[in-house]
Design a protein around this ligand. Structure first.
Ligand code: SF4
Length: 310
């Protein structure tokens, strides 16, 4: 048995097994990212789609995702990749990151829904290949690589390896994450990226623990560490029954404003409208008027508040 210390779950993983996120496993005498370089999504996206509204606006960014996540949000918008798992084989890249250039195996990555098991379309992409693709796309407005779609930090080693090569090419690295990881992982990743959008899913300990299976302290620690060191933006999805309280959004905005002795007023906040999905497929979409009202409250504390999906 080995313990994974990447996030609040601290999974005890038996030899040959994987942790709760399905992205990390006990292999070769330690914990390794079994999703290393297994890509489930790759697209040249507008930077505003991350969303980042105040980091190279109008540019594009090569966006890459794998599978696995450490939270259990009932409203997950990317359920298929978040809860996907390997049917047996690992990425060859997880054996020997750094020397894994050129690995090309094609493990079977599955997800389960009410209709049964489904296979995801995947491809193996080494850090060298990804950095090369980013460079080739420069003349189409690409500024670098965004690590996104699933939770990138459960396989943070791939991010670190890619980010170093992307940076050497004079390009940018962007993280899109729930930030719910240990201080040690947070420090490594913040040092490797230029910008981040962190999902602050609600602003109560109870909401994180009961509904998401998470720990808000870890996400708040990540945000506090990143503020003032990299370009930071924050997203909160307004979900009926989770965080649809004026008082909660007021406390969140006030806390963000107070980051770094008050410099947090310049941190952009994105308030997005929820649409029914996953375990909340039968719920109502968030009332548009509520999102606008919450944005007005947040603007009492913050300079840049944006609404999304409205
Ligand atoms: S990163 Fe994954 S394996 Fe590690 S503690 Fe978190 S859920 Fe468990």
């Amino acid at each position: 048995m080995s313990k994974c210390d990447v996030c609040f779950r601290n999974c005890d993983i038996p030899e040959g097994g994987t942790g709760w996120c399905h992205a990390r496993g006990n292999r070769y005498g330690g914990i390794v990212p079994v999703n290393y370089g297994i890509v489930t999504g790759l697209a040249l996206d507008p930077i505003e789609k991350k969303p980042l509204n105040r980091f190279y606006p109008g540019s594009k960014i090569l966006s890459v995702g794998s599978f696995g996540c450490n939270l259990n949000c009932p409203f997950c918008q990317n359920y298929e990749i978040a809860r996907a798992f390997s049917s047996g084989e690992d990425s060859e890249g997880c054996k020997d990151r750094g020397k894994a250039a050129g690995f090309k195996n094609d493990p079977e990555i599955l997800y389960r829904d009410d209709d049964g098991l489904h296979r995801l379309n995947t491809r193996s992409v080494s850090p060298e290949e990804l950095a090369g693709m980013a460079l080739e796309l420069k003349d189409r407005g690409n500024i670098g690589v965004a690590y996104t779609y699933n939770e990138p930090l459960v396989g943070y080693e791939y991010l670190i390896d890619c980010a170093g090569l992307v940076r050497k090419n004079g390009m940018k690295n962007v993280l899109v994450s729930n930030g719910c990881v240990s201080r040690d992982v947070a420090e490594k990743v913040i040092g490797a990226v230029d910008a981040a959008n962190i999902d602050l899913k609600c602003f109560t300990e109870k909401g994180y623990a009961n509904l998401l299976g998470g720990d808000i302290t870890f996400t708040k620690n990540f945000i506090e560490s990143a503020a003032g060191r990299i370009h930071l933006e924050i997203t909160t999805l307004i979900v009926p029954g989770l965080n649809d309280s004026e008082e909660e959004i007021r406390r969140e905005a006030e806390w963000i404003a107070g980051l770094k002795g008050g410099e947090g007023v310049n941190v952009p906040l994105h308030l997005s409208r929820f649409f029914p999905r996953h375990k909340m497929a039968d719920a109502e979409a968030t009332d548009v008027g509520m999102v606008y009202r919450f944005a007005e409250i947040a603007r009492e504390y913050l300079k840049f508040v944006y609404t999304g999906n409205c």
